[in-house]
Structures are given as C-alpha cells and as structure tokens.
Design a protein around this ligand. Structure first.
Ligand SMILES: Cc1ncc(C[n+]2csc(CCOP(=O)(O)OP(=O)(O)O)c2C)c(N)n1
Length: 357
C-alpha cells in the first residue's frame, strides 16, 4: 500500500472497544499510522493498536517533516480533530480522503477531495481481510517521529512541578482508575488533551460537547454522564463551569460520583493564543473576562465539596481511587499567560528537535 494515514477523529462510540478494534484491524491490514485525537477512545486502548500517533500536532510543526510525511490518501473516521496544524497541513496537501461515518453530517471541514462512506468502521472492517505486510517505510517514519517526541515530551512534563495546565491532561491519562468516564470541556482542556494525553491501556471513556465548541451546559452534561455510571471526572476551565453553575442544582439528584477538576486560570485561556491578547485594553475585560468568584465559597452554597490542589501528588491521590458517591471540585489555580507561553514555546521547540534524517 502507499503512503496513507488513518485519522481517528473526535468520537464517543457506544461500544468503545469494538470501535477501537475495528480501527486497529484496518490499520494493521493497510499498515497505516493512526493519528488519534485525545477525544477518541483509541488512545486509551494502546495495546490494541501499535500504530497510534498521538503527537501529530507537534510533528507537523516541523516543516521538513510535514513535507516528508505528506500522504497520498487519508481515511478519516469520525469528526475531524481539533488540531490547527493537522487542518492546515491537509488543507495544503488536499489528498483524496475517505470519510467513514454512518451519519449524514458533513465531516469534511477543509472541503477537500472527500468521499463519504456512510457506514460504521465496525461494518466496514468486518469485510476486510488481515494484511500480509510486515510494515511500511512510511509507517516507520511516523512511528519514529512519535517515539522521538514522546521520549522528549514525557520527561519534560514529568519534571514540571508547578501547576501547568497542560500537565493535568497528561497526568489524568496515567492516573484515572480503569474505565473512568471523563467529560472534557471546551476550550483549552480539549486542546491540552489533544496535545498531551498519553496513550495508555486504561480504557478511559472521553465525553465532550464539540458541536460549535460551546461552553454552555458542560456541568449538566457531565452530571448526566455520571448519573448511574461508575465514578466520573470532568476537566473544565473556570468560565465553562461558571456558565453552567446552576447545573449544580441537579447534583443532589446524582446517583454516583462526579469529581470536577477545575483549571482556574482566571478567564478564557483560549484567547491568550490570539493576537488580540497583546492589546490590553480591551483584552482582559472583554476577551479573557476574569470573574471575581471564589469557588471555595460557591461550592458549599450548592453542597458540593471543595478542595484547593497545591501540587501534583495531591491531585493524583485524589483521583485514584475516586469516591463512589457525592460531588466535589478540585481547584488548580494556574497562570493563563505563562501557560499559553509555555505551549507556544515548547510545542515549537519539541517539533524543531525531532531528528529525522
Ligand atoms: C455558549 C458559549 N459562549 C461563548 C463561547 C466563546 N468561548 C469559547 S472558549 C471561551 C472561554 C472559556 O474559558 P474557560 O472555560 O475558563 O476555559 P479556558 O479557555 O481557560 O480553557 C469562550 C467564552 C462559547 N464557546 N460558547
């Protein structure tokens, strides 16, 4: 087979393991790398799929590698990932793309050469025979880049002792009890999960409301997922939580448990990535919009437990095991500006350092 990639995009399939197995089967048959979104269960069943590429956003920041890895064909399963790098790369290359999804939605945001097969990946894979090939040089190139980035990224994150937002996503991927459902709110949590979520075998179930990337209704959705389910976790920013804080009124009906990991960076961290962040005023008041809310006081008003997290060990202790009942907020106070700067500098640096000759 030629130079092809599988994109395991944004998806919350009902039967995660069957879904992941079908993608792994296709990847094995074709010897294609699987660029797996953090918002896909694929990253949480790493043992089923040896071809997972989790660091594509970083790899594609390396211009020479992006050129060298240009694909001849793309198979996209589910919604297109969040990564701007991936989007820009494929918009430039416009390879023929097969979109595999049973829905009637338009899943081709880049308006490329896409053909939509309206079937599930599970159905499609039932008809595909196993491949005979050992490997392919193109797959090796991707796997090599993935290994190099992870070998540099993981120790870098492990060493960070202050509360860097991105590290929360990375740590969760290695700490949560097996099978934990996690609701990931817009906006930076979704991106940090895509950048940093480490492939694992914990069968964690990611949930989200992507749609138009709304921050509305996040808490209520997370409570709905947690209800009569195993203990559940939510990863959210402060504005998304405040937007739906009256969702807490539902929480006395909750049968089960919800831990809310609140990344409080005092406003919308997502906007720090935009050029407008250099123009203050109006940036702080009208874009970042920090709110003067003390969560330590807000939570007791709704009969929700609250704890301020001061370090990573404390966070890990609180997350495994999770309580069986109740709801609580674990607040991490982070620095929106410093963390945006960290991402900007270090994602580029990691990309530049990949040796590929
Ligand atoms: C209902 C709705 N209103 C406004 C927006 C625009 N918006 C996108 S992200 C965001 C800020 C989110 O801030 P926070 O929840 O603190 O997360 P962070 O960006 O810091 O990760 C806003 C206001 C939106 N997506 N949805």
């Amino acid at each position: 087979m030629g130079r092809g990639i599988i994109i395991a995009g944004v998806a919350q399939p009902r039967w995660a393991k069957e879904y992941v197995l079908a993608i792994a089967h296709l990847a094995e048959a074709l010897k294609f790398p699987v660029l797996a979104e953090g918002l896909s269960p694929v990253r949480n069943y790493a043992h089923l799929n040896p071809n997972i590429i989790s660091t594509y956003d970083i790899i594609l920041r390396n211009e020479q590698l992006a050129e060298k890895l240009a694909p001849e064909i793309v198979i996209q399963i589910g919604y297109f990932p969040t990564s701007k790098q991936l989007r820009a790369w494929l918009t430039g290359k416009k390879p023929p793309t097969w979109v595999i999804d049973p829905s009637h939605h338009n899943l081709d945001p880049i308006h490329g050469q896409a053909i939509h097969l309206r079937t599930s990946i599970e159905n499609l894979c039932a008809t595909i025979e196993s491949g005979q090939m050992e490997t392919s040089p193109y797959l090796e190139e991707w796997s090599d880049a993935e290994r190099k980035v992870r070998e540099s990224l993981d120790p870098t994150l492990a060493e960070i002792d202050y509360l860097f937002e991105g590290k929360a996503a990375w740590l969760l991927s290695q700490t949560l009890p097996p099978g934990t459902p996690i609701f990931i709110a817009n906006s930076m949590p979704v991106r940090d999960v895509e950048y940093f979520w480490k492939p694992n075998n914990l069968e964690i179930q990611p949930f989200f409301n992507r749609g138009a990337n709304g921050i509305d209704g996040s808490l209520s959705t997370a409570l709905g997922i947690a209800h009569r389910h195993q203990p559940c976790v939510m990863l959210t920013g402060d504005l998304a939580l405040l937007h739906d804080s009256n969702g807490f009124l539902l929480s006395n009906k909750l049968v089960g448990h919800l831990t809310i990991i609140l990344i409080n960076n005092r406003g919308g961290g997502i906007f720090e990535m935009l050029p407008i962040s250099q123009e203050d005023p109006p940036f702080e008041e009208f874009f970042a919009m920090p709110q003067e809310i003390d969560f330590a006081q807000l939570c007791p008003a709704y009969n929700v437990e609250y704890e301020l997290i001061a370090g990573w060990e404390q966070l890990q202790e609180r997350l495994n095991p999770l309580p069986e009942t109740g709801r609580r907020v674990l607040e991490l106070r982070t620095s929106r500006k410093a963390d945006a700067k960290w991402r900007k500098e270090n994602l580029e640096k990691l990309a530049a350092e990949i040796e590929y000759m």
